[in-house]
Design a binder for this molecule. Sequence first.
Ligand SMILES: *[C@@H]1O[C@H](CO)[C@@H](O)[C@H](O)[C@H]1NC(C)=O
Ligand SMILES: *[C@@H]1O[C@H](CO)[C@@H](O)[C@H](O)[C@H]1NC(C)=O
Ligand SMILES: *[C@@H]1O[C@H](CO)[C@@H](O)[C@H](O)[C@H]1NC(C)=O
Length: 318
Amino acid sequence: MASSSSSSSSSSLSSILSIVVVLILIVSTAESVKSPFHPRDLLPHLPRQVSWPILNSLYGAADLLPTFIGTASSGNDSVDWKGACFFENTAWLEFHNKSGSEFGGGTLHIKADKAHSWTCMDLYVFATPYRVTWTWYFISRQHTVEFPEWDGKAEYEYVKNKGVSIFLMHAGMLGTLQALWDVFPLFSNTGWGESSNLAFLEKHMGANFEPRPEPWVTNVTTDQIQSGDLLAISKIRGRWGGFETLEKWVSGAYAGHSAVALRDSEGKLWVGESGNENDKGEDVIAILPWEEWWAFEQTKDDSNPQIALLPLHPDVRC
Ligand SMILES: *[C@@H]1O[C@H](CO)[C@@H](O)[C@H](O)[C@H]1NC(C)=O
Ligand SMILES: *[C@@H]1O[C@H](CO)[C@@H](O)[C@H](O)[C@H]1NC(C)=O
Ligand SMILES: *[C@@H]1O[C@H](CO)[C@@H](O)[C@H](O)[C@H]1NC(C)=O
């Protein structure tokens, strides 16, 4: 009897135990659903052969590209945004003269808060047309990015007027690092930046670049250029590296720039071109004599411009 009672109590104990185990499992499952881990965060632990195909199915080219967040400028204007990992972010810029140089430098302050995952990191690219740098944030707190000394008057004026541009890389941990590898050189105005740009367009955008058949000369003369003809310019590198080109690819027909040929009443050829900046850093349309424009594009523009003449259709000429 005693033994039977003991066995019954042990069996009820074991059923209580199993209920507890089931409860713990349920609770822990519920916990894991809410746990701030994302499968993407775990991808780095998988072997490359497994994780890369997964990654490739997760990210399209547009996802690999950094998103423009805004510009951090001085004064009390701060830029706020929601990152992939930190939901409350603020940035502002402080000018200083720690270097005692002519134009001084600056400190970019970033406050990252409300992390949604312990393993997630937000990776940022900070750029002015004169430099590009990147960093990442794991933990919620205030961070700074130091610019010890502006690269001369031009960068100083630019940053004073326009601030430092902030781009967020969206692609989780491994994705971000892989994307950074592909994307970072796009900001650099070098042959490296240029070939990375072409490689990026080929690899991620399915673009083909076929060399033109030789001879690589054009037989168009300036006499053939008429008012209203467009001059399409592709810059594969430049101050903003390949980024300008990518902007066009990513957002379709948006080119952010146009140049049009104009003839005055005396038949003199001019070029009206948008995207120029005046002394105040405002976007203006510049009208230059053809010779000056052409000489600049041929000899001074360090962005290796590719220029195509697109004559206006005869039907729309007046
Ligand atoms: C920023 O705001 C504070 C008060 O909120 C003010 O004292 C300070 O002068 C402001 N600075 C600028 C550069 O506007
Ligand atoms: C920074 O300090 C140096 C030396 O004191 C001075 O010559 C320069 O004008 C200062 N620059 C700015 C931007 O205040
Ligand atoms: C330029 O050359 C091409 C091929 O060589 C020819 O078809 C075209 O007519 C030429 N254009 C002019 C304006 O001479």
